[in-house]
Design a protein around this ligand. Structure first.
Ligand code: DC
Length: 227
């Protein structure tokens, strides 16, 4: 069944399965996919390389003004460029992960990325994954999901994913995830929480395919917020 082009938001904590699900959902619908966490990671990466502290708002604002972030589609999938540099893999280290959580609490960074993200959503037919997509960036999105899972399952999934890029022990991954959950959900600006009109899905006991099926059912049923 054909549906008109929507903005679909998928928010939730780390390890809930947002990336796999968002990417596949976008593919099935013929939509674009935007990983907004990668944008916060890109700011963190630039801050690290320019020696900017995560609590220096003036310097972060200047840094953001000089950034040029864009997603490009390639044969090996979607890549994130900062200027001409492909930073897709460089932003996945544990250090950048924690720095991204820290810079994401700063007003200058959120204001800058709010505009970047809204620009990316101007043409509909996009799945956005993040923390505040349904609450702040696209409060009028036609379809909102909040994907959650218990912390042990999320930490285990992240541990398995990270084995290729980092040699963290399972308990380190879980501790880092607990700290990040705490930062992301207790910050003053755009804290992680489900939008009032989001469909909440707990993926603890579901496969990615089951989550996608569930989302497609809501999308095709036209369960649009306020609808
Ligand atoms: O999704 P991720 O783990 O790549 O995100 C990295 C950090 O970026 C996360 O700890 C919080 C922040 N973030 C955010 O504040 N708002 C978003 N929409 C996406 C990510």
């Amino acid at each position: 069944m054909a549906i008109s082009k929507l903005v679909i938001t998928i928010d939730g904590p780390a390890g809930a399965g947002k990336t796999t699900v968002s990417r596949t959902l976008a593919e099935r619908l013929g939509y674009r996919y935007v990983d907004t966490g990668a944008l916060y990671r890109a700011v963190a990466y630039a801050a690290k390389h320019q020696g900017v502290r995560a609590d220096d708002d003036a310097a972060l604002e200047a840094l953001c003004c000089g950034l040029d972030l864009k997603f490009v589609s390639t044969k090996s999938g979607q890549r994130l460029l900062s200027g001409e540099v492909d930073i897709t893999d460089l932003i996945r280290t544990p250090e950048i992960t924690m720095l991204a959580s820290a810079v994401s609490a700063r007003p200058a960074v959120r204001a800058y990325l709010l505009n970047v993200q809204r620009d990316m959503g101007r043409q509909k037919g996009v799945v956005f994954e993040g923390r505040d997509m349904g609450t702040v960036v696209f409060p009028d999105a036609e379809m909102k999901f909040f994907l959650d899972a218990n912390i042990e399952v999320r930490a285990h999934r992240r541990y398995l994913q990270q084995q290729a890029v980092a040699s963290q022990k399972p308990e380190e991954v879980e501790n880092q995830m607990r700290r990040r959950d705490q930062n992301d959900s207790t910050r003053d600006l755009a804290p992680l929480r489900p939008a009032a009109d989001a469909v909440v899905i707990d993926s603890t006991d579901l496969s990615a395919e089951e989550v996608i099926e569930c989302m497609l059912t809501h999308i095709y049923a036209g369960d649009v917020p306020g609808g």
